[in-house]
Design a protein. Structure first.
Length: 79
């Protein structure tokens, strides 16, 4: 979970999943689910870009305890 003050970031463009494989012959792939279907991104330079975005979001994200606390608070507000 990102804090409110995180502001805009590259991951706001949409969700993605980086698929990593243990075999060197099977390079990483980025999966994008779109309105019109599925896209698999395979170019190494694109994979690097998505990895950088993921690393930035992960570094900005709140820790598990803080995230759980916010989720609980928001859940209680909905009741």
């Amino acid at each position: 979970m990102l804090p409110d003050d995180a502001g805009e970031h590259a991951a706001l463009e949409g969700s993605f999943t980086i698929l990593g494989f243990p075999e060197p012959a099977d390079p990483d792939v980025v999966f994008l689910g779109t309105v019109t279907g599925r896209v698999y991104v395979e170019k190494p330079e694109d994979i690097e870009r998505y990895t950088a975005v993921f690393d930035h979001v992960r570094a900005t994200a709140l820790g598990p305890k803080e995230s759980i606390s916010i989720i609980k608070r928001k859940t209680n507000e909905l009741r």
